[in-house]
Write a protein that binds this ligand. Structure first.
Ligand SMILES: *Cc1c(COP(=O)(O)O)cnc(C)c1O
Length: 249
């Protein structure tokens, strides 16, 4: 099987599963966008997937993106390259923020108010507005990045702290906060992470109720092992690496 055929059959299988999960939840499958996470995947494979119609790509490291994004663009040619969006989905160190803004269209891993403020300053200098997602650490794992949700909404003090951070970020004039993102714990049982996805949606609903000017329509949650559960719980964006590209080398 050649590369294009192989990618197409994986992509079609994923799309069918997304559609079935959406229907189970009474949702329109068109509400769910697929972001192909292309970390460790060579530029040729990424370009082949773009030719199959995928338009949104995620990378988790600035260094890797630095080489790959221009390589993919060159393979695709200007017309198609212009229709592709690149999202940073991994932790961003402050000192790499300026470089990230040159490479990426959106940052989906804004995990501190401090990083948000820095991105806002850098974006102001470019005379644009940067679309972002706020990464929330729902599961509370110490190894995870994200604004800590703690035992939201049960611990009053923690909840006030979380809301204060989010309010500070929402007030930044050069960021457009489109919604929330989370990374669920690694598990072999997708049902085990259902409560994580459900809580992210409930948090989004609470925030949108508290700040009605911010609808926060995007919920980026679900990866290769758990995207169907995420779709059932309201994901509008799923981030898929292995399910589309195959095992990482
Ligand atoms: C790698 C990665 C993904 C995709 O992981 P798969 O399990 O291969 O689907 C999604 N989100 C983030 C933040 C990642 O780093």
């Amino acid at each position: 099987m050649d590369m294009e055929q192989e990618l197409r059959s994986r992509l079609e299988a994923v799309q069918a599963r997304v559609a079935a999960a959406a229907r189970r939840a009474g949702r329109d499958p068109a509400e769910v966008e697929i972001v192909a996470v292309s970390k460790t995947v060579p530029a040729e494979r990424v370009a082949a997937l773009a030719r199959l119609g995928i338009r949104q790509f995620g990378e988790n490291r600035v260094e890797e993106a630095e080489a790959k994004i221009p390589a993919v663009r060159a393979l695709l040619g200007e017309d198609l390259a212009h229709r592709i969006s690149w999202y940073l989905v991994g932790h961003l160190q402050s000192r790499k923020a300026a470089r990230a803004l040159e490479l990426f269209d959106e940052v989906h891993s804004v995990d501190t108010a401090r990083l948000a403020a820095r991105l806002d300053r850098l974006t102001a200098a470019q005379g644009r507005r940067l679309p972002v997602l706020l990464e929330v650490n729902i599961s509370g794992e110490a190894t995870k990045y994200g604004l800590p949700a703690g035992s939201w909404p049960h611990d009053r003090e923690q909840t006030e702290k979380l809301y204060a951070q989010i309010e500070a970020i929402l007030s930044l004039p050069h960021l457009n906060v489109r919604g929330l993102m989370t990374v669920a714990p690694l598990t072999t049982d997708p049902e085990a992470v259902r409560p994580v996805f459900r809580r992210l949606r409930e948090l989004r609903d609470a925030l949108a109720g508290r700040w009605p000017g911010h609808a926060l329509p995007v919920l980026s949650m679900g990866m290769s092992d758990d995207y169907e559960v995420a779709v059932e719980e309201g994901a509008t964006m799923i981030r898929l690496g292995r399910a589309i590209f195959g095992p990482r080398l």
